[in-house]
Write a protein that binds this ligand. Structure first.
Ligand SMILES: [Zn+2]
Length: 226
């Protein structure tokens, strides 16, 4: 393995590309469904000495790690029994999957708040400002509050669609995510009273933000179906 790959950080900072990845990243296999993919799209789990499983968002915690894809088909099949492959001497009475789901969800929520706080300065806040930015030729991530009104949601979707048609390269595209935070919570993080829509540009960790939102939605969807 070459050293720069192991260190992970490309020289000159990493530029987010919401379209095609510029270089190939290390791949890992999801321990539950065996799907192989870029390890940044998998959640690392670590088993501690007591056999307790922890999500490792930084992917840097010591200990035996395993990767979980958190895709819907995979989450639906998850159970305590499936987690036992992570540690053979698991005590069978140790219920972990429910607890682990909550832990993952809590950690993602905390990480999201942290990320958003760090992105406060470059945030484009409010419908008019976001609509205006649709003409900027830079990758853009639009985050909608969970309680954003239908009219606003439609307007943003239309604008993103038009922008995508206008911009030939996917690298300049725009992505829309719906947050689990409502307008008030989103406002509180970014220093406003209420925020229904906010956009961020590529000098922010957009892929991370997007990944967290996707994981949260999937965990919530699976939890709701029970
Ligand atoms: Zn999987």
């Amino acid at each position: 393995m070459n050293l720069s790959l192991r260190l992970g950080k490309p020289v000159g900072g990493s530029k987010v590309n919401l379209g095609l990845p510029r270089k190939k990243h290390a791949e890992r296999t999801c321990f539950a469904c065996r799907k192989v993919q870029d390890k940044r799209h998998l959640m690392r789990l670590v088993v501690d000495e007591q056999g307790v499983i922890w999500p490792d968002l930084s992917a840097k915690l010591p200990g035996r790690g395993a990767y979980l894809c958190l895709e819907e088909h995979c989450l639906k099949k998850m159970s305590d029994k499936r987690l036992r492959v992570l540690r053979r001497d698991f005590s069978p009475q140790l219920p972990q999957w429910d607890v682990l789901q909550m832990r993952m969800f809590d950690m993602l929520s905390q990480r999201l708040l942290q990320l958003l706080k760090g992105m406060k300065r470059g945030a484009v806040i409010g419908r008019d400002a976001v609509m205006h930015q649709m003409w900027e030729k830079k990758p853009l991530l639009v985050l909608l509050a969970s309680d954003a009104g239908d009219a606003l949601v439609r307007q943003i979707h239309d604008a993103v669609q038009k922008r995508t048609q206008r911009e030939a390269t996917p690298a300049r595209g725009a992505t829309i995510m719906t947050s689990l935070l409502d307008a008030q919570a989103l406002g509180a993080v970014l220093g406003r009273k209420k925020i229904s829509v906010v956009a961020f540009f590529e000098d922010n960790p957009l892929q991370k933000l997007q990944q967290i939102c996707v994981w949260q939605q999937r965990l919530k969807a699976v939890a709701c179906r029970r």
